[in-house]
Ligand binder design. Structure first.
Ligand SMILES: Nc1ncnc2c1ncn2[C@@H]1O[C@H](COP(=O)(O)OP(=O)(O)OP(=O)(O)O)[C@@H](O)[C@H]1O
Ligand SMILES: [Mg+2]
Length: 463
C-alpha cells in the first residue's frame, strides 16, 4: 500500500451521499470506488485491492454490519469506517465490537472524515510493517507480568491480545485486587501505542473539584489556586492510553465532560476558550457492577457505552484456585530477590490452606500474605505459622464447626459462621453493602447492624 495511492470504497444506498464522498475523496487524492449495496461492495472487496471502506450502516437490504462481517472473511486487512444516523449509537457500538475501526455520526464534518481516514490509513501502513515484530514481542511479554494458567485467565490473555491492537475503549471489570491495573498496562504494552505514554488516574482518590482540572487541565487564573497553566492528563496521554481507574466514582457532571471529550476527541482546559484535539485510547476499570449503576441512574448510559465497547472481566481468585501455586511461586521469587533472602517455596500444608481460603482480597491479598511470610521466614520453606491467623482460622471454622465431647459455644460458632458469610457476600459484591444485603436476603439495616455487631471491616477499606 505504501507505494501506491490508497483505494477507498464508498458504500451507501443514497446516491447523493455516494457522489458527495466520491468527489470529496478524489479531491483529497484517493482512488475511489462506489457501491450502492452490500453485495456489490463485496465484489469490489474480492477483486480490487481496497484499503479502506466507508459504509453506511442503515441500508434497505443488507446492512453495514453484514458488510463488516463478510469483509472480515473476504478482505481482513481492509479497514472499515461506518457511518451511522444520529441517535443510533447501538448500531455503532455493535459495529465497533465487530471490528470497525471507527464510526462517524451523520451529519459529520468533512474535517472529521479527513482526520479519521488519515489516521486509519496511517495505522494500516504501520500495522503492516510492525505486525511481525509486535507478535514476537507479545509472546515474550505475555507471561512475564500476568501470571495464570487457569482457563479463565487464558481467556483473558486471548482477549487482551485480540483487543490490544484496536483503538477500542475497554472496560476492565473485576473485584478488588484481581489485577485490573495490571491488565490495563498489558493492553497498552501490547498495543501499537506501546511507545507512547500510559497515564493512570484513580477517579475515586481525587476530590471532584480537582479531578476536572487533573483530567482536562486548566489555564492560569481559572480558579483560586490555579497559579499556572497546566495541561491535563488527557493531553499528557495523547497518542497513548489513559487509564481511568475506579470510573464508577466519577460524578455526573464529570461524566458529561468525559462524554464530550470522547465524542469530540478534544478537550478544553478549565477556563480556556479553545478545544485541543486529542487521540487517546481509554481503558477504564471498576470494581462496581457498572451496569447496575446505570440501571439505578447513577452512571450515564451514554458514557457507559462509550467506555465499555469491549468488556474484560477478571475472575476472582477463588474461581481459579489452580493459579494459586503459580502466583505464590512468582511472588516468593520476587520478594526473596528484593530482600536478598533464599526462600524457595511453601510447605504442602500451606498450599492446602491457601487452596481452601476464599481470598476476599484476591491476588493482592495473596501477594501481601506472601510478602509478609517471605520477610518473616528463617527457613527456605514457608510454614503454616507464617500465615496470618485470619487465613488459618477461616479454614478452621469451616472444618471444625461441629459439636465435640468437650462442648462448644453455639453462640461463638454461629457468630463465626455468620461473619464468614457476611465476608463472602461483601467480597462477592466488591464491598457494596446494599448488594451484599440483598444477596443474603436481609435488609440493608439488618446487614449494617450485623457488620457492626461482628466487628467486620469493609474489605474495601481494608484493601
Ligand atoms: N495475574 C497476576 N499475576 C501477577 N500479579 C498479579 C496478578 N493479578 C494481580 N497481581 C498483583 O496483585 C496486585 C493487585 O493487582 P491490581 O492493582 O492490578 O488489582 P486491581 O484489580 O486494580 O485492584 P483494585 O480494584 O483494588 O484497584 C498487584 O500488585 C498486582 O501486581
Ligand atoms: Mg486498581
Amino acid at each position: 500500500m505504501s507505494d501506491r495511492i490508497a483505494r477507498i470504497l464508498v458504500v451507501d444506498d443514497e446516491q447523493s451521499m455516494r457522489e458527495f464522498l466520491e468527489i470529496f475523496l478524489r479531491r483529497e487524492g484517493y482512488e475511489v470506488v462506489t457501491a450502492a449495496d452490500v453485495d456489490t461492495a463485496l465484489l469490489h472487496l474480492e477483486s480490487d485491492e481496497i484499503d479502506l471502506v466507508i459504509t453506511d450502516m442503515q441500508m434497505p437490504e443488507k446492512t453495514g454490519l453484514d458488510l463488516l462481517l463478510a469483509a472480515r472473511e473476504v478482505s481482513p486487512e481492509t479497514i472499515l469506517i461506518v457511518v451511522t444516523a444520529f441517535g443510533t449509537t447501538d448500531s455503532a457500538i455493535s459495529a465497533m465490537k465487530e471490528g470497525a475501526y471507527d464510526y462517524l455520526t451523520k451529519p459529520f464534518k468533512v474535517d472529521e472524515l479527513r482526520i479519521v481516514i488519515a489516521k486509519a490509513l496511517e495505522k494500516k501502513l504501520l500495522s503492516n510493517e510492525n505486525r511481525r515484530l509486535r507478535r514476537e514481542l507479545r509472546t515474550q511479554s505475555r507471561d512475564r507480568n500476568i501470571i495464570g494458567h487457569s482457563a479463565p485467565m487464558q481467556a483473558v490473555f486471548d482477549l487482551i491480545a485480540q483487543v490490544a491492537e484496536t483503538k477500542t475503549n475497554i472496560l476492565v471489570a473485576g473485584e478488588s485486587g484481581t489485577g485490573k491495573e495490571l491488565v490495563a498496562r498489558a493492553i497498552h504494552e501490547q498495543s501499537d501505542r506501546a511507545d507512547q505514554p500510559f497515564v493512570a488516574i484513580n477517579c475515586g482518590a481525587i476530590p471532584e473539584n480537582l479531578l476536572e482540572s487533573e483530567l482536562f487541565g486548566h489555564v492560569k487564573g481559572a480558579f483560586t489556586g490555579a497559579v499556572q497553566t497546566k495541561e491535563g492528563l488527557f493531553e499528557a496521554a495523547n497518542g497513548g492510553t489513559l487509564f481511568l481507574d475506579e470510573i464508577g466514582e466519577l460524578s455526573q457532571p464529570l461524566q458529561v465532560k468525559l462524554l464530550r471529550a470522547l465524542q469530540e476527541r478534544s478537550v478544553r482546559r478549565v477556563g480556556d476558550t479553545v478545544d485541543r484535539k486529542i487521540d487517546v485510547r481509554i481503558v477504564s476499570a471498576t470494581n462496581r457492577r457498572l451496569e447496575e449503576e446505570v440501571a439505578a441512574g447513577r452512571f450515564r448510559e451514554d458514557v457507559y457505552y462509550r467506555l465499555n465497547v469491549i468488556q474484560l472481566t477478571l475472575p476472582p481468585l477463588r474461581d481459579r484456585l489452580e493459579d494459586i501455586p503459580l502466583l505464590a511461586q512468582h511472588f516468593i521469587r520476587n520478594f526473596a530477590e528484593d530482600l536478598g533472602k533464599r526462600v524457595e517455596g511453601m510447605d504442602d500444608e500451606v498450599y492446602e490452606i491457601l487452596a481452601g481460603y476464599a481470598f476476599p482480597g484476591n491476588v493482592r491479598e495473596l501477594e501481601n500474605l506472601i510478602e509478609r511470610a517471605v520477610a518473616l521466614t528463617r527457613e527456605p520453606i514457608i510454614r503454616r505459622e507464617l500465615l496470618p491467623t485470619s487465613v488459618t482460622e477461616a479454614r478452621e471454622i469451616k472444618q471444625e464447626a461441629r459439636v465435640t465431647e468437650e462442648g462448644v459455644s453455639l453462640e461463638a460458632l454461629v457468630s463465626d459462621y455468620e461473619r464468614s458469610l457476611l465476608r463472602e457476600a461483601l467480597s462477592l459484591t466488591g464491598g457494596v453493602k446494599k448488594r451484599a444485603a440483598r444477596l443474603l436476603g436481609i435488609s440493608f439495616r439488618s446487614f449494617r447492624y450485623r457488620v457492626e455487631k461482628l466487628g467486620l471491616e469493609d474489605p474495601k477499606r481494608e484493601g
